[in-house]
Write a protein that binds this ligand. Structure first.
Ligand code: RTP
Ligand code: MG
Length: 141
């Protein structure tokens, strides 16, 4: 497996629940390293741009409104197979379907307020990392 980087966002619901540290702990215990990090209140324009692939979906406006409802914690995770490893830690999109012990099973309330975002492919990971972090703000560790 190759060393990869992926973009992770702790969504407003999980930030409000004060579980940033618990989620970071799961990243670290799985061998993923945080190589960039910032808390940010997204503007509507930033959230719409980030989720542009979903623009035509019926849930798009609800998704954007939710993502701007409070600050989010954005991080780049690095490790062997980081993209899939993070998706495994997250669990299924709908917490009702998420495996026990996953972040969404433990911290998410609904398919809308589902605690975390993670890039779904290596290609999208590169695009999403660049969307939020200039290359100089991502640290080799
Ligand atoms: P994310 O992009 O946030 O990591 O989530 P994901 O890959 O697991 O799911 P995706 O299909 O990319 O959808 C993005 C977010 O939109 C909301 N969603 N709602 N009501 C619905 O049917 C529905 N489907 C998706 C979820 O909050 C999901 O995280
Ligand atoms: Mg997605």
């Amino acid at each position: 497996m190759a060393l990869e980087r992926t973009l992770s966002i702790i969504k407003p619901d999980a930030v409000a629940k004060n579980v940033i540290g618990e989620i970071y702990s799961r990243f670290e215990k799985s061998g993923l390293k945080v190589v960039a990090s910032k808390m940010k209140q997204l503007s509507k324009q930033e959230a719409e741009g980030f989720y542009a692939v979903h623009r035509e979906r019926p849930f798009f406006s609800a998704l954007v409104e939710f993502m701007i409802s409070g600050p989010v914690m954005i991080q780049v995770l690095e490790g062997e197979g980081a993209v899939l490893k993070n998706r495994d830690l997250m669990g299924a999109t709908n917490p009702k379907d998420a495996a026990p012990g996953t972040i969404r099973a433990d911290f998410a309330d609904s398919i809308d307020a589902n605690a975390v975002h993670g890039s779904d492919s290596l290609e999208n990971a590169a695009i999403e990392v660049a969307y939020f972090f200039p290359a100089t703000d991502v640290y080799a560790r």
